[in-house]
Ligand binder design. Structure first.
Ligand SMILES: [Zn+2]
Length: 84
């Protein structure tokens, strides 16, 4: 096989692997993944006031190992009090 063909094959395989390895888990606050995206930003649901907010401006709280999102600290406190 010609080296060029081998390189093209490797590049093709890498591009397939990259498409497959998109993160399925929710981004952690403070990590690079949690930084705001310019387009196609993930929307999260605030169960306290029943509204959707962009994940970049949402306030998160870890509940039973899963992240809950809120539009404001006020909603987060309401959720905490409701849980307690
Ligand atoms: Zn809210």
């Amino acid at each position: 096989m010609k080296p060029v063909i081998v390189l093209l094959a490797i590049f093709f395989l890498i591009s397939i692997l990259r498409k497959r390895s998109k993160p399925l888990r929710k981004p952690r606050p403070g990590s690079d993944e949690a930084r705001p995206k310019r387009d196609g930003e993930e929307m999260v649901f605030d169960t306290v006031c029943n509204s959707y907010i962009p994940v970049s401006s949402a306030i998160s709280l870890k509940v039973d190992g899963e992240l809950e999102y809120f539009c404001s600290e006020e909603c987060r406190e309401k959720f905490r009090q409701g849980k307690a």
